[in-house]
Write a protein that binds this ligand. Structure first.
Ligand SMILES: NCc1[nH]cc(CCC(=O)O)c1CC(=O)O
Length: 322
């Protein structure tokens, strides 16, 4: 495959969700850069294996094959779901752009139009995420939580088959796949906060100078308030030294002149939780001021969570789940 300057090679996982979101970002980059884009599908061990993520070495499994391909110059940029991306920066790589976030909420997809409140006692609800397990147990201790994994279509299929009564999925992923029809209850972000970075994407590139057309493409998809929000959320994970599968929710928004961050750490069984919220007032919406505010609010949230015992509440470094 050629590395001709006029073609931007965009690396992605091969799942339907990854392809849908990558194609959308690639189309914008193509338009702004005046270059053609070529989608390079990279099969990761996490895609082909049916083993549990824990046995594959944790949640970084999806990102690492893509990053190797980028470092090996098999592509010029890669598109990740930000919530699956480890918080530690990867040597030689940087986040070149964070596009505007989609809906950050979780969605219940249940049979017969059922909602979280109307699911009957004993209903079987599928999720593989420790955060969602804790939230489900807290909200509805009478439900049966079933550990599942697999792509979005597989998960929805288990409800269609009648094997499960409901699954919980990210609204953003369902939207990108054109499957919002399956949603029966959009869970309020205040009652049911979601994973750091949920609904957002990251465009990763090699460090160092980029060709002008690639720079122009990245600038066209960058969304500064999304970047500040997800930075704040991810700094909570990093500050707690938690993995992206820890039972932690974090949600930041920039509203007029304020950056608000709320984060919650759950006990695995959902019986206890610790929440902290702080706000900062950036001097302006310039990227540097927003970044400073993100660091500031995240530092205060992390200190408060740890001061209130968050590290004792949950296994923060656990690598199980998604
Ligand atoms: N861990 C899987 C994953 N990673 C990103 C998304 C979807 C959308 C997003 O948050 O960008 C999903 C599926 C899900 O949680 O339903």
């Amino acid at each position: 495959m050629s590395a001709s300057a006029s073609v931007i090679r965009v690396g992605t996982r091969g799942s339907a969700l990854a392809l849908a979101q990558t194609k959308a970002v690639a189309a914008k980059i193509a338009a702004a850069s005046g270059s053609e884009v070529e989608i390079v599908t990279i099969t990761t061990h996490g895609d082909t294996s049916t083993d549990s993520l824990a046995s594959l070495g944790g949640t970084g499994v999806f990102a690492s094959a893509l990053r190797e391909a980028l470092l090996a110059d098999e592509c010029d940029l890669i598109v990740h779901s930000l919530k699956d991306l480890p918080t530690a920066p990867h040597p030689g790589l940087r986040i070149g752009a964070v596009p505007k976030r989609a809906d950050a909420r979780d969605a219940l997809c249940a049979r017969d139009g059922l909602t979280l409140a109307t699911l009957p006692a004993g209903a079987r609800v599928g999720t593989g995420s420790p955060r969602r397990v804790a939230q489900l147990r807290a909200a509805r201790p009478d439900l049966e939580v079933v550990d599942i994994r697999g792509n979005v279509d597989t998960r929805l299929g288990r409800v269609a088959d009648g094997d499960l009564d409901a699954v919980i999925l990210a609204a953003a992923g369902l939207g990108r796949l054109g499957r919002l029809d399956a949603v029966t209850d959009l869970l309020d972000i205040n009652d049911w906060p979601t994973a750091p970075g949920q609904g957002a994407l990251a465009v990763e590139v090699r460090e160092g100078r980029l060709e002008r057309h690639l720079e122009a493409g990245l600038r066209s998809v960058e969304h500064v308030t999304t970047r500040a929000s997800v930075d704040a959320e991810r700094l909570v994970l990093a500050g707690l030294e938690a993995g992206c599968s820890a039972p932690i929710a974090a949600s930041a928004i920039v509203d007029s002149d304020m950056l608000f961050l709320t984060a919650t750490v759950y006990s695995p069984e959902g019986s206890a939780k610790i929440t902290s919220s702080h706000a900062a007032t950036p001097d302006s919406h310039a990227a540097a001021h927003l970044a400073e505010s993100a660091t500031d609010v995240a530092g205060r949230v992390v200190a408060e969570l740890l001061g209130n015992g968050a590290a004792e509440l949950a296994p923060l470094q656990g690598t199980k789940g998604t």
